[in-house]
Design a protein around this ligand. Structure first.
Ligand code: ADP
Ligand code: MG
Length: 582
């Protein structure tokens, strides 16, 4: 019970904001819960009038109002009420979804290693919908059931207290027993939410990997895997449903007993003239009116527990704190003169060993820096420090002699144009994909970016030139084209620091050399950091940094590094002989 209040508290801002709608809905709800008692009562009176032969014109008008006008009125209030309530529900879902997505963008990168995509999606779909049900259907049901039950019981007692007492005496038992059954069901809920997340992850993976799956003829395996996940989800849901089907017939049985008492005892009372036949008809209708709300009310605890589970899962993500965040008064930065790495050590949050150790490096503004080293040596990890994704474990990264942590994170990221190893393209046209780098770029700027990235020549090969639609996984483009398009996207931002992280692996040596030449000549005064494999291209860099096993083992120009025996020279010699250099 405590937990549900916690969820209410967390949604307080929403209730506050829409307090007027809620108040209106509250009154409408009282109206639609209490008013249905009237037609039932009027029917009883009408029957008695007919039996007694008391029907007059005035009475007929009274019946019409009671049996027709009031129900029509209730109908319209109901429409208004449901419309407003649904609107509120949608509004809450929308706002929570927005907050969740915003929060996901702020979270540290390692969160995406801790939680799977499917799980994160399940939390924003299934769980979020359940949570927003709290502010709509849950509230509505509790109030509606409660008022209807109280109203019906009051009128029943006014007809005959003894009859009321005897016919509803069984109902609390029914609710008690059934609630116990449902307690078990709750346990399944938690499990079901996990299974749902797993299923989403599986389906997502199947969709993403469809090409690879086909290429390896793994459709059958993949089908079995996905089907198992879907089956598990269905089975778990079925388990929950089984409790439900146990519950309803049992309730009906107990209800039949109540009806039996009401009809038996009621008829006896009519014969004894304790109540009128009309009263008995009304009474029986009231017993019927209790059925839905009683089932609903007994389900409330159940709903509460599923809301609690969903709410915990949803807010677990919302409560995750970022380790990398702005200090209280961060400094602004647009340009820099010098970035210094001083004894920087770094380990990933889930690892217990350093991936980078004692890195000392100076990056001067306007330099083109090449970074080389074996796969897994820490090249990407090193340059990504400039994106401020993680906090370093020890040492300092100073920008113009001020620790990087003191600058505004957005400013730092804005200075950087990062082209990652894996090229993420969006389902948009070629030029729209470039515009992501700088939405206000002019046509000329896009053109220049394409020239420098050596993408211009590819346009002729595309069916629709720069308007060709690119799929998410870059399906319509070759590997090299995808890489060059990603570089154009970074270039259109005209960043202070351009980072190409193995972004030229799929282009030939000549194109690679051309691109680096172009970068040097067009980006005067700006910094380029290039992780590359082709040594003849990297030779153009002002400074080459060699990383091995998380440590910088050499820094120098191409010429300087070739002067003595080292990893660089060895790899270079292998490469010019045409062998695999690694
Ligand atoms: P490179 O770019 O030189 O190939 P990386 O910087 O990508 O090397 O990786 C350096 C080391 O850090 C590798 O051992 C790799 O397994 C590990 N590593 C890379 N990314 C992560 C991560 N997100 N979490 C944990 N370990 C990682
Ligand atoms: Mg890398």
């Amino acid at each position: 019970m405590k937990e549900i209040f916690k969820t209410f508290k967390r949604l307080k801002w929403f209730f506050k904001k829409f307090i007027k709608d809620y108040i209106l809905c509250f009154f409408a709800l009282i109206f639609v819960s209490v008013m249905p008692v009237i037609p039932t009562k009027v029917l009883g009176i009408a029957i008695d009038d007919i039996v007694m032969g008391n029907v007059t014109i005035n009475r007929i008008i009274f019946y019409i109002i009671g049996l027709l006008i009031i129900p029509i009125f209730i109908y319209f209030v109901n429409i208004f009420y449901h419309y407003t309530m649904n609107k509120l529900g949608q509004e809450l879902s929308f706002r929570l979804r927005e907050q969740y997505l915003e929060h996901l963008f702020e979270l540290d990168s390692y969160i995406y290693e801790k939680y799977t995509k499917g799980d994160l999606i399940a939390r924003i779909s299934n769980d979020l919908n359940t949570v927003s049900g709290l502010a709509t259907s849950f509230l509505q049901n509790v109030i509606y059931y409660f008022i209807t039950i109280v109203a019906a019981i009051c009128v029943m007692i006014s007809i005959n207290p003894l009859l009321s007492l005897l016919s509803i005496a069984f109902m609390p038992f029914a609710i008690f027993i059934l609630n116990n059954i449902r307690k078990k069901k709750r346990l399944y809920y938690l499990k079901h939410h996990q299974i749902y997340g797993e299923m989403t992850e599986n389906v997502l993976e199947s969709i993403e990997s469809v090409k690879t799956v086909r290429a390896y003829g793994m459709e059958d395996d993949d089908y079995v895997k996905t089907k198992t996940a879907i089956d598990n989800d269905t089975k778990s849901w079925w388990h929950i449903q089984m409790f439900e089907s146990l519950f309803v017939p049992m309730f009906e049985l107990i209800y039949a007993i109540s009806y039996f008492i009401a009809i038996g005892l009621g008829s006896y009372m009519v014969i004894k003239s304790n109540i009128t036949p009309g009263d008995l008809v009304s009474f029986l209708l009231y017993v019927g009116m209790l059925y839905g709300p009683l089932i609903g009310l007994s389900n409330v605890l159940n709903t509460i527990s599923s809301i609690n589970v969903a709410s915990n899962r949803f807010f677990e993500i919302m409560d995750l704190e970022t380790e990398v965040h702005d200090i209280s008064e961060p400094k602004n930065i647009m340009k820099f003169k010098e970035i210094k790495f001083r004894d920087v050590c770094f380990k990933y949050p889930f690892d217990d060993f350093n991936v980078l150790s004692n890195i000392n490096l100076t990056i001067n503004s306007g330099e083109t820096i090449g970074i080389v080293g074996p796969t897994g040596s820490g090249k990407s990890t090193l340059i990504r420090q400039l994106l401020r994704e993680f906090n370093i474990s020890s040492g300092k990264i100073l920008i113009d002699n001020i620790p990087i942590e003191e600058y505004k994170i957005d400013d730092i990221r804005n200075m950087v144009g990062y082209v990652p190893q894996e090229h993420i393209l969006f389902r948009r046209s070629v030029d729209d994909n470039i515009l992501i780098g700088n939405p206000s770029a002019t046509h000329e700027q896009i053109d220049n970016a394409m020239i420098v990235a050596d993408f211009k020549k590819d346009l002729n090969e595309l069916s629709n030139g720069e308007h060709t639609l690119v799929s998410e996984l870059g399906g319509s483009l070759s590997g090299g084209q995808r890489q060059r398009l990603s570089i154009a996207r970074a270039l259109v931002k005209d960043p202070e620091i351009l980072i190409l992280d193995d972004s030229l692996s799929a282009v030939d040596a000549l194109t690679e050399t051309n691109i680096i030449k172009q970068l040097k000549s067009t980006r005067v005064g700006k910094t380029n950091i290039i992780v590359a494999h082709c040594f003849s291209a990297i030779a153009l860099a002002d400074k080459i940094v060699v990383i091995q096993d998380g440590k910088i083992t050499d820094i120098g120009t191409h010429k300087e590094l070739l002067k003595y025996d080292n990893w660089y020279k060895m790899q270079y010699l292998i490469q010019i002989k045409g062998d695999n250099y690694e």
